[in-house]
Design a protein around this ligand. Structure first.
Ligand code: NAP
Length: 250
């Protein structure tokens, strides 16, 4: 049975991984930020020296796209420097690193779905920090999978679905961006993709994409998730740091 450590266990993806993993034959250790701060290199090394893991899923990240514009050093510390620490420790301990990245590495100008071999060009600090995280992994010769996904939504943690639901529950009028286009991905599906892929060893090594089957605007996604709620179109989202149209190709 594979022994797996999951960082960032209290985030949306971490919680979904925990939920999905119940149905698989794996020995999982979940570490939230208070149990393992991945920017603390000493703590990361200690965990790997005091235990043995076959796989590390890095679900920890700085994910506040707007906040990253003014917290650049923190975004890079978590999304790039700490990822390098994890990669080095995984190499040292012969542990397969599964790292998650984002559609925000692209600028959205391609005009067709993005494949893993398309050239990234992030518009935002968040996207740049995540791309740096990919690059530090790729520079080290070891066993890794980087999976880019997009627009994760679920009942877990804080995300598009839970934020809208709480606004609806509070009776707050909803205006949702109808300009940006992307590929929404059910977080449970993504978690299952990772967990089943690591259990049966089928998860692609190197760089791959995983996303939902249809592309749409945030407004369209909100209408699908909450068909009976009154939702207005918003044309004012900050699109300087958000790619207008990124459709990932699986
Ligand atoms: N959400 C999306 O739509 C989306 C789309 C594409 C890709 N992704 C990628 O998917 C991955 C998971 O995202 P998510 O939606 O689950 O994000 P999330 O809900 O924000 O979860 C990230 C988790 O990482 C934790 N964390 C932050 N700094 C940490 C540190 N120094 N050490 C350990 N843990 C730390 C956070 O804790 P605190 O909250 O306490 O800081 C949080 O629990 C990320 O790599 C993200 O870039 C997400």
């Amino acid at each position: 049975m594979k022994r797996v450590i999951v960082t960032g266990a209290n985030g949306q993806l971490g919680l979904a991984l925990k939920d999905v993993a119940k149905d698989f034959n794996l020995d999982l250790v979940f570490k939230d930020k208070s149990a393992l701060d991945i920017t603390d290199a000493k703590a990361v090394n200690k965990v790997f020296f005091s235990d043995t893991f076959d796989v590390c899923i890095n679900a920890a990240a700085y994910t506040d796209v707007d906040g990253a514009e003014t917290n650049k050093s923190l975004a890079f510390a978590i999304n790039a420097t700490a990822v390098e620490t994890l990669a080095k420790v995984c190499k040292q301990h012969q542990c397969w690193l599964i790292h998650v990245s984002t559609d925000y590495v692209f600028d959205g100008t391609l005009g067709r779905p993005y494949t893993p071999s398309d050239e990234p060009n992030p518009l935002s600090v968040y996207g740049s920090s995540k791309l740096s995280g990919e690059r530090v992994i790729q520079e080290i010769d070891f066993d890794y999978s980087i999976v880019r996904t997009s627009w994760l939504y679920s009942r877990f943690g804080v995300n598009f679905y839970t934020k809208i639901k709480s606004q609806i529950d509070l009776g707050i009028p909803l205006k949702i961006c109808s300009l940006q286009i992307g590929t929404p991905t059910r977080t449970e599906d993504f978690a299952k993709h990772i967990i089943s892929g690591l259990e049966n060893n089928s998860l692609i090594r190197g760089l791959s994409h995983y996303c939902g089957k249809q592309h749409m605007t945030w407004f369209e996604l909100a209408k699908r998730l909450f068909p009976n709620s009154k939702i207005e179109r918003d044309l004012e989202r900050n699109l300087k740091i958000r790619p207008l149209r990124v459709v990932l190709k699986n």
